[in-house]
Design a protein around this ligand. Structure first.
Ligand code: FES
Length: 317
């Protein structure tokens, strides 16, 4: 079993909204799960060989179950459709993580949370935590229709004036006025965006008016194409091996073909599972995890999608 992976059993499936369900997993060994922070996700190693990441709905130090919210997305690469159509209570799977690329700044005086569709799952977890801490927050939540809105009732009950909903069907398809929301953010507010591609607009609007370190985004899919230009050599210092990376391949693909075992998960630069220490060389970063400062430092890189802008790249593998 790969490192960091635990045998789990699906112990409950609960309806959350049209085509969205909550899946609860318990450990097979009967122990509680490791501590999980708001914003964290886990890897589900599905019985059909797929591996997918889903955000946790609840965080805490010793949870009996990890719960993820999954929308059946026909346009996706097939993970969510498999879960909805084939995974039944009692099924055993391997579960990896938790890993957190979307941490909550718990000491922020005010948090503005923007969720689109199923992007509500990590945001719900953050709200739960902010409520416990007694912090100020406001949620802007956009969905196609009320029927497709997970957690609608609890959020309406809990949020009151702190939750603003947008239903495309009732609003002529008009999305939330993100620049206006960002511009009205109180000083020192932290801004969180999670959901499908329109969230990029929220991110751009927020970074235009707030310091970068106060804006947080969780991507569902890569915004940049993987670097497959090739034409460089990768040296694995610890393994004492080297590989020529040809055009059309990622570093991860070349290493895998060479029989090198490397941890990976999303394989599109959004989860952080393949983060690798760089000893020398100039990575061509294409991931959605590293900050601008981390990219410039070139200490680590995501080898599933990033390439190399120098002739040689030396990795700590
Ligand atoms: S495997 Fe997810 S970032 Fe590389």
């Amino acid at each position: 079993m790969p490192e960091g992976v635990t045998k789990a059993r699906l112990t409950a499936i609960r309806y959350a909204a049209h085509e969205t369900s909550l899946y609860e997993f318990s450990r097979l060994d009967g122990l509680v799960w490791p501590a999980a922070e708001p914003g964290a996700h886990v890897d589900l190693h599905l019985p059909n060989g797929m591996m997918r990441q889903y955000s946790l709905v609840h965080a805490g130090p010793a949870l009996e179950t990890y719960t993820v919210g999954i929308r059946r997305d026909r346009a996706s690469r097939g993970g969510s459709v498999y879960v909805h159509d084939h995974l039944r209570v009692g099924a055993q799977i391997d579960l990896g993580g938790p890993r957190n690329n979307f941490p909550l700044a718990e000491d922020a005086a005010h948090s503005i949370l923007i969720a689109g569709g199923i992007g509500i799952t990590p945001v719900m977890c953050m709200i739960e935590r902010l409520e416990k801490l007694g912090r100020d927050w406001h949620l802007y939540y956009s969905c196609r229709s009320r029927a497709e809105t997970a957690f609608l009732k609890p959020l309406q009950a809990m949020g009151g004036a702190r939750a603003t909903f947008n239903f495309d069907e009732e609003n002529g398809g008009k999305f939330l006025d993100l620049p206006a929301i960002a511009a009205a953010a109180p000083k020192g507010a932290h801004f969180y965006c999670c959901g499908p591609t329109p969230m990029l607009k929220a991110y751009e609007a927020a970074t235009a008016v707030l310091p970068r370190e106060q804006v947080h985004i969780e991507y569902f899919t890569a915004a940049e194409a993987a670097a497959t230009e090739g034409g460089y050599t990768v040296e694995l210092r610890r393994s004492k091996r080297e590989f020529a990376v040809p055009a059309g391949k990622t570093i991860l693909e070349v290493l895998r073909e060479g029989g090198v075992e490397v941890t990976s998960s999303c394989e599109e630069g959004v989860c952080g599972a393949c983060e690798t220490t760089v000893i020398s060389g100039k990575p061509d970063h294409r991931d959605m995890i590293l900050t601008a400062g981390e990219r410039a430092a070139n200490k680590t890189m995501m080898i599933c999608c990033s390439g190399c802008a120098s002739e040689r790249l030396v990795l700590d593998l």
